[in-house]
Design a protein around this ligand. Structure first.
Ligand code: ASP
Length: 587
């Protein structure tokens, strides 16, 4: 037997037992008469003790071992003289009488302890050593636990986990595909799935009724912070459901996870329409852990001779409670914040509601005390509050104010990672105008159904931007953790949608013919949703980065620095695939 126990389970209850443990040498301490080794495995750390007096030979051997050596130790569980209350095995140690070196190790490039001295790059290059550290191991354990909870929950609701292909057909909608050349069909390519969207809809046509899959997806996007080219979704689809059924089902799943993992219970998640979310928070993924909602000021702000306000489409602000004491320096810093290119505002107007009831603002020249009071009343402000106001084109200004609101939330400590505020954002627009290509794109994807009451607007091109979709996102703490929609199950409507997106009949059929054909054979009404699993894990784990919850993530340029991918392939491989790299590079 390699081992009788793990390094995390022996306590005083096992006192006197003969045991065999295996693990890695985390640390050794040579105290002259005694040598101690912390032996680590996935389950914990157990102290090995070697006595110079009673077993000098073995003690000598133990002293020579380096960090991360793989060891097997046989010995007796004894009570420790100096106990460590911080770890479960801290009251015992093993008096070792046999020690086998199972493998040696080079000195690791960084310390394998909770607080490592390794930078990001180094840790990623030696990720297998990084994973030996508790914080990373714990993240992967959490991920496993959440995957099991999801599987059991959905299976209990009659969902079947069905695998869909990884080598599929490339489609031009959505993000860019990763493509894979086909050796047997020279000049032809597969794509890796951006999501199993079409397959899960086909499974509904196939009568599977409820499907889910914890599935890898691939998107060849320019990597913004914390995006991975491959990521995992909890992908789901259901037949014969209304939006209400879908929201309730997956709200149930989210609540189950909160209950099991965090011990938190929630009432019904609030719902807000996309339109209201944009007006009240300037974001389709509002962080509602705190209020500070937008207040629109056009009627009280315009007409006082302040040209910036007068000429703006929208004057809108937030009220920061108790911040009237902000110094010049703090206000300047906020102005700099909104002027940063990432935010892009021209400037920031402030009004301080002093504790004596007077006002001090950056627009004193234009706004009398009474006029400032009128603005303050609109905010519901009280003495001691600070009002921060932006103006300009409506949508742009809202997004800028959103950035400022989140910044103020951070500054005031209102975004506590231990507090969770989930909500649904519903009624997204169906279509989104793209300036560059001068056409509409599906905001969610081309299979999303318009709201029945808005369907007739598809016939009036001038109204396309107003059409609302039966599409919904689940948002937690300002993070979009999932989204989905009611699907179009009617071939005629799907055709219309493709036309709206600028497809000719031929082009649509070329791309999506198999789905359109399937829809002529009795497609049931269906709907679905996908959660971003990596993000969900990072949120529950209280960390910002999804990378911490992926065993082998890519870096910000999409590279796996450990294996060194992507990498060139041999000329033989290229020839076999009939790919001329020089030719391709030129194009
Ligand atoms: N396939 C969609 C996505 O990846 C989710 C869905 O509509 O179910 O975002």
């Amino acid at each position: 037997m390699y081992r009788t126990n793990t390094c995390g389970e022996l306590t005083l209850k096992n006192k006197g037992q003969e045991v065999t443990l295996c693990g890695w040498l985390q640390r050794s301490r040579d105290l002259g008469g005694m040598t101690f080794i912390d032996l680590r495995d996935r389950y914990g750390i157990t102290q090995l003790a070697f006595n110079m007096e009673t077993n000098p030979e073995l003690c000598e051997k133990a002293r020579k071992l380096g960090r991360e050596y793989v060891l097997q130790a046989k010995g007796t569980v004894i009570e420790r003289a100096s106990k460590n209350s911080k770890i479960p095995t801290g009251e015992i140690e093993i008096e070792v009488h046999e020690l086998n070196i199972l493998n040696k190790s080079k000195n690791p490039p960084f310390t394998i302890e909770d607080k490592s001295d390794g930078g990001d790059d180094l840790r990623m290059r030696y990720r297998y050593l990084d994973i030996r550290r508790n914080p990373v191991r714990r993240n992967l354990e959490l991920r496993h636990r959440m995957a099991m909870l999801v599987r059991n929950y959905l299976s209990g609701k009659d969902f079947l986990e069905i695998e869909t292909p990884m080598l599929i057909k490339s489609t031009p909608e959505g993000a860019r595909d990763f493509v894979v050349p086909s050796r047997m069909n020279p000049g032809e390519f597969y794509a890796l799935p951006q999501s199993p969207q079409q397959y899960k809809q086909l499974l509904m046509v196939a009568g599977m009724d409820r499907y889910f899959q914890i599935v890898r997806c691939f998107r060849d996007e320019d990597l913004r912070a914390d995006r991975q080219p491959e990521f995992t979704q909890i992908d789901c689809e259901m037949s014969f459901v209304h939006q209400e059924d879908v929201l309730n089902m997956f709200e149930g799943l989210a609540k189950h996870l909160f209950h099991e993992v965090k011990g938190l219970d929630f009432d019904k998640f609030p719902r807000i329409t996309w339109h209201d979310a944009m007006r009240r928070y300037g974001s389709d993924k509002p962080d509602i852990r705190f209020g500070m909602e937008f207040v629109e000021l056009n009627d009280v702000a315009k007409g006082n001779g302040f040209a910036l306000f007068d000429n703006a489409e929208l004057v809108v602000g937030i009220c920061a409670k108790g911040c009237a004491e902000y110094t010049r320096k703090q206000l300047d810093a906020l102005t700099d914040f909104v002027k940063r290119p990432q935010v892009g505002a021209g400037g920031l107007v402030y009004i301080k509601y002093n504790s004596d009831g007077t006002f001090k603002s950056s627009i004193d020249k234009f706004f009398s005390q009474e006029q400032q009071k009128a603005v303050a009343d609109r905010f519901g402000a009280e003495p001691g509050d600070l009002m921060l106001i932006l103006c300009g084109p409506a949508m742009k200004t809202r997004m800028q104010l959103c950035a400022l609101r989140l910044e103020m939330g951070d500054q005031l400590g209102l975004r506590n990672p231990d507090v969770y505020a989930p909500l649904w954002v519903i009624d997204f627009p169906l279509l989104e105008w793209d300036e560059e290509t001068q056409r509409y794109y599906a905001m969610h994807h081309p299979f999303t159904s318009p709201k029945p009451e808005d369907q007739s607007l598809l016939d009036d091109e001038s109204r396309w931007g107003d059409i609302r979709a039966d599409a919904y996102d689940i948002v937690i703490n300002g993070v979009e953790v999932g989204g989905g929609s009611i699907r179009i199950h009617d071939r005629e409507l799907q055709n219309k949608m493709f036309h709206t997106l600028g497809f000719t009949d031929e082009k649509a059929y070329e791309q999506f013919g198999f789905l359109m054909d399937a829809f002529t054979y009795g497609a049931p009404p269906h709907a679905g949703l996908a959660f971003g699993f990596d993000r969900l894990c990072s949120l529950f784990g209280g960390a910002d980065s999804i990378r911490d919850f992926i065993a082998f993530p890519k870096n910000n340029s999409g590279r796996d620095v450990m294996s060194g991918s992507p990498a060139p392939i041999s000329q033989e491989q290229l020839d076999e695939l009939m790919i001329d790299v020089k030719q391709t590079a030129k194009q």
